[in-house]
Design a protein. Structure first.
Length: 78
């Protein structure tokens, strides 16, 4: 009986160590895990909204991955 309890304790400590040193990538931690992704209408890539370049074209606000994409899109939609 004591061997079984000792084995259970060892397994619990092992699981705790693994979770401590190798955290799950899908676990939400802080604001970084909740970044909203926006789609660039020019090249159709997704970028975090906090890192995207915002530009208003014809009265509508769009988000772009780079200044180059923002300029290309605004030139196409003049």
């Amino acid at each position: 009986m004591s061997r079984l309890l000792l084995f259970g304790l060892v397994v619990a400590v092992f699981i705790w160590l693994v979770r401590t040193f190798f955290p799950s990538s899908n676990r939400k931690e802080g604001a970084d895990a909740t970044k909203e992704m926006v789609k660039d209408p020019n090249c159709e890539t997704y970028v975090p909204q906090s890192e995207a370049i915002s530009k208003t074209v014809r009265g509508t606000n769009y988000f772009f991955c780079s200044e180059k994409c923002a300029e290309e899109y605004s030139q196409k939609n003049v």
